[in-house]
Design a protein around this ligand. Sequence first.
Ligand code: LCS
Length: 396
Amino acid sequence: MSLDLKGKGINTRVTHAGENPDSVHGSVSVPIYQTSTFKFRDADHGAQCFTGEEQGYIYTRVGNPTINTFEEAVTELEHGFAGIATSTGMAAVTSIYMTYLGAGLHMVGTDAVYGSSRMVMENEFSRFGVEHSFVDTADLDKVRSAMRSNTKLLYIETPANPTIKLTDIAACADIAHEHGALLVVDNTFMSPILQNPLELGADIVLHSITKYINGHTDVVGGVIITKTEDEFTRIKNVIISTGGTMDPHQSWLVLRGMRTLSLRVDRAQANAQKLAEFLETHPKIDWVRYPGLKSHPQHDLAKRQMKGYGSMISFEVKGGVAGGKVVLNHVKIPQLAVSLGGYESLIQHPASMTHHNIPDDERLAAGISDGLVRLAVGTEDVEDLLADLEQALALV
Ligand code: LCS
């Protein structure tokens, strides 16, 4: 019997969600069902599994017990109907685009989304006649005026990568629904610990679990969680036929990583708050963007829709790109690498790295300046991180 998690706190739910003791040997950790296919009892059983008259596993692209355990666990944390694990975060993004968009249909998206979430639409889906408008979704008037009669998706990322601008999820849900569209939220930067978009009116939430959910910088993956059975079935059918599914070993690893999610998030965001406050008063820093700072233009929205401020900071060093490079090249603890959400601190330069494929005019219009440095704060001792940044900034 699994533990009833109704009414339990987030730390209990992240520890026990999806827990389903092995009925054969009682293993506490879910077994890795490393199999591509499943044997039927007899011909009738096989046929009934295909029609759905019998519940049973058929083939791992369609479903697998280890993968399902991870999906159930993350669905519990996002308060959804069901989840679908995908091979990468981008497989989650493109599967949603594929499910709801087609020739002559339109989406509205946040202008400063993760670079590939925008470029796959502008470069690939546009070849199939899909229309798009990427706008500053922090400005609700811009969202309203971008919506058209053929808009099927409003796709937002909040906080956005890497500008740390916020979008009002509840207000966007109203706008999407008034136009007969669905609201999709990329919740990667917050993880299910700090923000639950389905509870704020969104229809679909996705994560690159490469980041906080796995948290150990050793696995890529994605997940989609829907509010309703209808949306789950539509997306699941697309993923089964296009093949962007996760594999059993990958699912076991991300579930293992996820068990410590709330501990990691708590420590990393406590560190991030102190680092952001330190950077804000540092004479070598031009500006800092972190939702936990009162100077963040949407600090009130952060308090309203987020349960914490996360551990992503953007800032610009005096002297722009040249100043930023000095910091990137001289910090010793944060590693110079893309990605985020692992236990360790990482630092990178979006204009030349994660967002290099966005044309300069679009990138600058989206607020991703040439000198913007992105710091993903980890779980190290904050005194060590502060001292490290201080010594690197002294060299600017
Ligand atoms: N959504 C967000 C917000 C992301 O940051 C990323 C990857 C993705 C989706 C795609 O997920 P993936 O396929 O990589 O699992 N973001 C990256 C970043 O900021 N640095 O490296 C990858």
